[in-house]
Design a binder for this molecule. Sequence first.
Ligand code: ZN
Length: 105
Amino acid sequence: MGRNVNLSLVCHDEIWLLLPWYANQSLLDQERELVEEHLKVCVACRGGLTVQQNLLENMRDSTMIELCEYVQFANLVEKIRYTADAEERLRRPVRDIVQVKTGSV
Ligand SMILES: [Zn+2]
Protein backbone atom coordinates (compact mmCIF):
# COMPACT_ATOMS: atom_id res chain seq x y z
CA MET A 1 0.00 0.00 0.00
CA GLY A 2 2.64 2.47 1.05
CA ARG A 3 4.55 1.66 -2.08
CA ASN A 4 1.66 2.73 -4.29
CA VAL A 5 1.39 6.05 -2.52
CA ASN A 6 5.10 6.68 -3.06
CA LEU A 7 4.82 5.85 -6.75
CA SER A 8 1.99 8.31 -7.12
CA LEU A 9 3.95 11.00 -5.35
CA VAL A 10 7.01 10.42 -7.53
CA CYS A 11 5.16 11.42 -10.69
CA HIS A 12 3.40 14.38 -9.08
CA ASP A 13 5.20 16.86 -11.38
CA GLU A 14 4.16 14.95 -14.48
CA ILE A 15 0.57 14.63 -13.31
CA TRP A 16 0.52 18.32 -12.47
CA LEU A 17 1.46 19.16 -16.06
CA LEU A 18 -1.28 16.86 -17.38
CA LEU A 19 -4.04 18.51 -15.34
CA PRO A 20 -5.08 21.09 -18.00
CA TRP A 21 -5.47 18.30 -20.55
CA TYR A 22 -7.25 16.12 -18.03
CA ALA A 23 -9.67 18.97 -17.40
CA ASN A 24 -10.51 19.44 -21.09
CA GLN A 25 -10.60 15.65 -21.60
CA SER A 26 -7.93 15.42 -24.27
CA LEU A 27 -5.74 12.85 -22.52
CA LEU A 28 -5.17 9.30 -23.69
CA ASP A 29 -6.94 6.63 -21.63
CA GLN A 30 -3.63 5.54 -20.11
CA GLU A 31 -2.69 9.06 -19.06
CA ARG A 32 -6.17 9.74 -17.72
CA GLU A 33 -5.97 6.63 -15.53
CA LEU A 34 -2.60 7.76 -14.19
CA VAL A 35 -4.03 11.16 -13.32
CA GLU A 36 -7.09 9.62 -11.66
CA GLU A 37 -4.91 7.29 -9.58
CA HIS A 38 -2.75 10.21 -8.50
CA LEU A 39 -5.73 12.43 -7.69
CA LYS A 40 -6.83 9.88 -5.09
CA VAL A 41 -3.68 10.46 -3.06
CA CYS A 42 -2.68 14.04 -3.87
CA VAL A 43 -4.61 16.98 -2.43
CA ALA A 44 -2.47 19.50 -4.31
CA CYS A 45 -3.39 18.01 -7.68
CA ARG A 46 -7.06 17.83 -6.75
CA GLY A 47 -6.88 21.56 -5.99
CA GLY A 48 -5.03 22.19 -9.23
CA LEU A 49 -7.66 20.30 -11.17
CA THR A 50 -10.42 22.42 -9.65
CA VAL A 51 -8.58 25.55 -10.79
CA GLN A 52 -8.20 24.15 -14.31
CA GLN A 53 -11.88 23.23 -14.48
CA ASN A 54 -12.89 26.71 -13.34
CA LEU A 55 -10.63 28.21 -16.00
CA LEU A 56 -12.24 26.01 -18.63
CA GLU A 57 -15.72 27.07 -17.60
CA ASN A 58 -14.73 30.72 -17.81
CA MET A 59 -13.30 30.13 -21.27
CA ARG A 60 -16.47 28.41 -22.42
CA ASP A 61 -18.43 31.51 -21.38
CA SER A 62 -16.27 33.73 -23.55
CA THR A 63 -16.38 31.99 -26.91
CA MET A 64 -15.26 35.29 -28.46
CA ILE A 65 -11.71 34.52 -27.40
CA GLU A 66 -11.78 31.28 -29.32
CA LEU A 67 -13.31 33.00 -32.33
CA CYS A 68 -10.60 35.66 -32.32
CA GLU A 69 -7.89 33.04 -32.16
CA TYR A 70 -9.47 31.18 -35.05
CA VAL A 71 -9.65 34.32 -37.16
CA GLN A 72 -6.05 35.21 -36.36
CA PHE A 73 -4.95 31.74 -37.40
CA ALA A 74 -6.93 31.93 -40.63
CA ASN A 75 -5.33 35.29 -41.42
CA LEU A 76 -1.89 33.84 -40.77
CA VAL A 77 -2.54 30.92 -43.10
CA GLU A 78 -3.79 33.34 -45.73
CA LYS A 79 -0.66 35.46 -45.32
CA ILE A 80 1.64 32.46 -45.68
CA ARG A 81 -0.25 31.31 -48.75
CA TYR A 82 -0.07 34.80 -50.28
CA THR A 83 3.66 35.06 -49.60
CA ALA A 84 4.24 31.68 -51.21
CA ASP A 85 2.22 32.77 -54.26
CA ALA A 86 4.13 36.03 -54.48
CA GLU A 87 7.45 34.20 -54.38
CA GLU A 88 6.23 31.88 -57.09
CA ARG A 89 5.17 34.87 -59.20
CA LEU A 90 8.50 36.60 -58.65
CA ARG A 91 10.59 33.54 -59.37
CA ARG A 92 9.15 32.84 -62.80
CA PRO A 93 10.02 36.08 -64.62
CA VAL A 94 13.53 36.06 -63.13
CA ARG A 95 14.13 32.59 -64.50
CA ASP A 96 12.84 33.73 -67.90
CA ILE A 97 15.17 36.73 -67.91
CA VAL A 98 18.15 34.56 -66.99
CA GLN A 99 17.28 32.13 -69.76
CA VAL A 100 16.97 34.91 -72.30
CA LYS A 101 20.34 36.35 -71.21
CA THR A 102 22.22 33.08 -71.30
CA GLY A 103 20.54 32.25 -74.59
CA SER A 104 21.77 35.47 -76.23
CA VAL A 105 25.35 35.02 -74.88
ZN1 ZN B 1 0.10 15.63 -7.19
